[in-house]
Design a protein. Structure first.
Length: 284
């Protein structure tokens, strides 16, 4: 059984973009085009429609992809049943900057410590909305991101944790927001859901502000020594980095955001997704 060939066919059918599949698989686009033609010749039906917007999988293509995924899943179960050790399993895992800093090391280390599988985790970091779309487009296998986000009907969204975030400043520079003084807002990512929540509150309350993106969490506390400066950070990060001499602001908006595990609905039983699910059960 050529399980690698099956995996390649699943990749082509899932992504519906031969150019991107070529980049990921190290095949040329012409070689993948030839493979599609061979598939269609073998089964006697089209697996893709050719449209002005690109390839679109047909109903036959979806049935064929499901069949291949079933073979792949049964083969993995067979290997597990006979005690075979699988190696070099890989998962393309999307996450936001904040989520990576909180959970990334735990996820990678736990997967690598498992005795039954050696999994290579490749993290892609972007805003939650961008990562969500990449899973929908089959550019990533799965993701751990924050709500609220657009819900695609082909994706599953499992809540794995509820996060809280805080608005903080130095105790030496406590801000009275009623004065409408221009402030600087420090954030880990301008595309973060925490950033969106706070900037909406500032705009609704007509408080002028400017954003400053600081990628280093330890550096944020240094920047907070500047007057009229606040930061938004996940509560777990504040505890993890032992922030001191900070003032917490209790503002009139919900500071709880759900963290969700996102993956293709049809991929829920694939071995790499199951492995990641099991790890995520330990982080709540």
């Amino acid at each position: 059984m050529n399980i690698k060939e099956i995996a390649l066919k699943i990749e082509i059918l899932n992504r519906q973009n031969l150019s991107k599949s070529a980049e990921i698989t190290n095949y040329t686009q012409s070689a993948l085009t030839a493979k599609v033609k061979k598939i269609e010749s073998e089964i006697g039906k089209l697996v893709f429609k050719r449209t002005p917007q690109g390839l679109k999988i047909t109903s036959v293509g979806i049935q064929y992809k499901n069949y291949l995924q079933l073979i792949s899943q049964e083969y993995e179960e067979f290997l597990q049943n006979i005690g075979a050790i699988q190696t070099n399993s890989k998962v393309d895992f999307g996450t936001s900057h904040t989520t990576l800093k909180i959970y990334g090391a735990h996820i990678a280390n736990t997967l690598n410590m498992k005795n039954d599988i050696q999994m290579d985790v490749d993290f892609a970091v972007d805003s939650s909305n961008a990562i969500n779309q990449k899973v929908h487009n089959s550019e990533l296998d799965c993701a751990l991101i924050s709500e609220p986000i657009k819900k695609y009907p082909d994706l599953t969204y499992d809540i794995v944790a509820s996060e809280t975030f805080e608005i903080i400043s130095s105790k030496d520079h406590i801000i009275n927001f009623d004065w409408k003084t221009p402030i600087t807002l420090l954030v880990l990512s301008k595309g973060c859901m925490y950033t969106k929540a706070v900037t909406e509150w500032l705009m609704n309350n007509q408080i002028p502000y400017k954003l400053k993106e600081i990628k280093s969490i330890s550096s944020i506390q240094d920047f907070l020594q500047i007057s009229n400066t606040i930061a938004v950070l996940n509560t777990k990060l504040i505890d993890l980095y032992n922030y001191t001499n900070i003032h917490f602001y209790k503002l009139s908006f919900n500071n709880v955001i759900n963290t969700v595990f996102v993956y293709k609905m049809n991929d829920g039983e694939q071995n790499n997704i199951v492995q990641v699910k099991n790890v995520l059960k330990t982080i709540g």
